[in-house]
Every structure is written in structure tokens, then in C-alpha cells.
Design a protein around this ligand. Structure first.
Ligand SMILES: [Fe+2]
Ligand SMILES: [Fe+2]
Length: 136
């Protein structure tokens, strides 16, 4: 089965802990995609989405800690983006739990872009700044 999002150099930020987290998030998203395509039940899909949300929050915490430690210049904008991403996915999770929405291809595409765009623009920029400050 083809993955929704491919993990590879195109997504690397060059910072080990951030890349490890991103790989895990990509895996979780692909797992959710596979479960949906296999026709898994609503509970299983909701629990995979729940795990993805939890890990996302944890991961954003890791990045924000690095931003603080290294006095990252663009932290206010980046953290606002994290807040918005969490709010969007939590809103979707609530719709799913209340039965007003279903896990669909559209949701998965939304999540793919949601994660992918943030990594490609904001996290890579953060990675460059951290690398310039000696973080590996
Ligand atoms: Fe980020
Ligand atoms: Fe990230």
C-alpha cells in the first residue's frame, strides 16, 4: 500500500531530535491512512488520530524548548503556527468523536499538508538557525 507521505531527505531539518519526531509523526499519519484504506472501524481510526494529536503536542513542546534555549528570533510566529495547527486538528477530532465527521481522504490530505507545509517552511528554518547555533 502506498504511503500518504514519504519520509526522506526532502523533509530533514538536520536536527536529530526534530527529525526523529517528524519521522514518527509521518509514520503515525501513514498508519492512519493505511487503517482507513483497510476499512478499519471508527474506534481504531479515532484512537490513531488521538495518538497523532498527542504526539504532535509533545513534539511541538520539544521544538519550543529548543527555541527558548537558543533564543530563536522567529519563535513568536512559529509558536503561533503550532497553536493554530493543534487547534485545527483538535477541532477535527471533536467532530469525529461527536459523529459529525468521518475520517476521509480529505482529512488525510489535510493532515499531510498540515504537517508537510509546516516542516518544509517553518521547521526547516528553525533547523537552520539551530544548526548555526551548534545544535546537531
Ligand atoms: Fe514546528
Ligand atoms: Fe516540527
Amino acid at each position: 500500500m502506498s504511503d500518504l507521505i514519504q519520509w526522506g531527505p526532502g523533509l530533514y531539518t538536520g536536527i536529530a531530535i526534530i527529525d526523529e519526531d517528524h519521522k514518527k509523526l509521518v509514520d503515525m499519519l501513514n498508519k492512519l491512512n493505511a487503517a482507513m484504506k483497510e476499512g478499519k472501524g471508527k474506534e481504531i481510526l479515532a484512537s490513531l488520530l488521538h495518538d497523532l494529536v498527542q504526539y504532535t503536542v509533545k513534539h511541538f513542546g520539544h521544538e519550543e524548548q529548543l527555541m527558548t534555549q537558543h533564543k530563536y528570533a522567529d519563535s513568536v510566529r512559529h509558536i503561533a503556527e503550532h497553536k493554530k495547527l493543534v487547534a485545527e486538528v483538535v477541532a477535527f477530532k471533536e467532530k469525529l468523536e461527536s459523529g459529525t465527521a468521518m475520517i476521509s481522504i480529505d482529512l488525510l490530505k489535510f493532515l499531510r499538508d498540515w504537517l508537510g507545509t509546516h516542516i518544509l517552511f517553518s521547521d526547516k528554518k528553525l533547523g537552520d538557525a539551530l544548526a548555526a547555533d551548534g545544535v546537531k
